[in-house]
Design a protein. Sequence first.
Lengths: 342, 342
Amino acid sequence: MLTIKDIARLAGVSVSTVSRVLNERPDVSEESRRRVRAVIEEENYIPNNTARDLVRIRSEAIGLIVRGEQNPFYTDIIHAIERALDRAGYTMVMRQIGFADDEIGAGAVMQREKRLRGIIFLGGRSNYAPEELARVTVPFVFCAYTNSCGTLDPTAYSSVSICDEDAACTAVNELIRSGHRCIAALIADTDDSSISQLRYQGYCRALAEHDLPLRPELVFSTGDSFAIEDAYRVMAASLKRTDDFTALFAIADDMALGAMRALREHGLDIPGDVSVVAIDGITVSEYVHPMLSTLCQPKEELGTKSVELLLGMIEGRGAHAQVTLPTTFRAGASIRKLAKRS
Amino acid sequence: MLTIKDIARLAGVSVSTVSRVLNERPDVSEESRRRVRAVIEEENYIPNNTARDLVRIRSEAIGLIVRGEQNPFYTDIIHAIERALDRAGYTMVMRQIGFADDEIGAGAVMQREKRLRGIIFLGGRSNYAPEELARVTVPFVFCAYTNSCGTLDPTAYSSVSICDEDAACTAVNELIRSGHRCIAALIADTDDSSISQLRYQGYCRALAEHDLPLRPELVFSTGDSFAIEDAYRVMAASLKRTDDFTALFAIADDMALGAMRALREHGLDIPGDVSVVAIDGITVSEYVHPMLSTLCQPKEELGTKSVELLLGMIEGRGAHAQVTLPTTFRAGASIRKLAKRS
DNA sequence: CTGAAAGCGCTAACAA
DNA sequence: TTGTTAGCGCTTTCAG
């Protein structure tokens, strides 16, 4: 394995000169630069990033902590993040953690182990105490979720997300606009300020705004999973108790897909018997039958904007900010317009 | 930021002693070990991996190079790989590359930059020349594909995959067993030894074995993409030319889903008018309607076995091997049994 | 513009 | 069992 020394020797210069051309410093003569470049090219030399990172104290690496089971929704965002990071000359180190794991802890460890310049948290909770958050001492941004319950000072964290509550409210309103009155909800956990909870609140708000009663028996919860199979399982079990609703709001596309299978297996037609709406806008939901009506998150922008915000903080041109991105309703064929009758 | 020196000072020992307890060496007195551990705990010290990796020359990192657009099929495998690596005490560094990019080159760069111990290639081509492959000097394994065209010496590479040709043949046979005679195929590229090509060969073989003619006008190709949207687009365009088939074999689940939408939009019922079968067994295809009949790849095993093989080579207990894993047919509802006539 | 030399934080001989 | 010390490959003063 070639080192900078070998290159220096081969080019007949000192290691510092090689280092200078490696780092595109201006203070090198054209002649030296050319010679060094030639040798590097010739020998197929690639600098040892580990050593560079060590001496620079900080690396050019950004950590990405992804929480929860594999949600197809994240895939696009992850790609957007990686591309954006790559374009800016940073490396991405990804770490997946379990639904119940502590992402701040994981971030703190990773930050030190890998000497990260910054961290992007994808899909987490947001109810941290400031002290907990303080364990992460590099810039970070929450992607696709935010601290909407307000336990944190807005100057203390960054986030790029949609407004989950509004999104849910909008989605449910689509159902109501189509004449639905008995609207069930398929959610995950309800007991903290998770995305599930926020979207559930949006559901409640939409009902309230239209003077529709909130019927607890129509709120189905997977407990803490967004997984398609759990959505299916819970929906199937719930249908044995009640199917007294004409529409279903699922807090995530993936969950909607699971629920739709359960509905069909229960003999219900979509949207004939039950209309379905969800939030996220994952690719595949545009290809299922009936095409899922959903409120799309701007996946690409969530990723690129997160990177932009993070790099802004890292490179000292930019401060903490909470960015809220707009959603767009994608009309599918999973909502049936009900005939008006009171 | 605390360093090993600080810990040594605080614990009243030398850095070597700290290093020894960090690396769980046996030659440390219980007394020292206890004291050092206490200080580490107390100070929340986390060793600098960069420095460790530098001095160890080689890191504890394994590279994962994922080629091609985000295929949901990969997600599960990636997770399986990460979990297995984590369990064995290795870190994963992932890098996505474009469909047309050179994964061996990417691997070679990454290997040097990150001082990788090994590399797993996910979803690549397999028609490299031995000289190209030689650029990667750490152990590596091809995951989910193999060098079936045989340009490589079996002692020169490792792979964990299914037999793509057999899988395709089996899938198409399911169609034939159900009485189908006019079977279209939706494929990607055909001009190299890609997975698409192998599966296409399986399709051809199944037809040949049953004396069915290969009708080129029923072979639809996306060119080089496995993306759902391209499958949809190509299928929709093809249907304008011909719909003279009773069954469709798609080389990937995701492509099947795209095709199914096109078929429906063309007014065809699945499986009433057209039966569909595919290969991969991604999660969501179990939830679409009709449930997709498909030949499942053992995703979890593909990942864990790849890691096992790789670590075997890295840790010196194990040599190159080509592992072929079995597929299992998952009967959905997308195949219609044709009445026997002729 | 260039080179010598001092580390970055850690591991691994080698001595003690 | 412990400490001393020489680097790992690179960047970065600081002189020249």
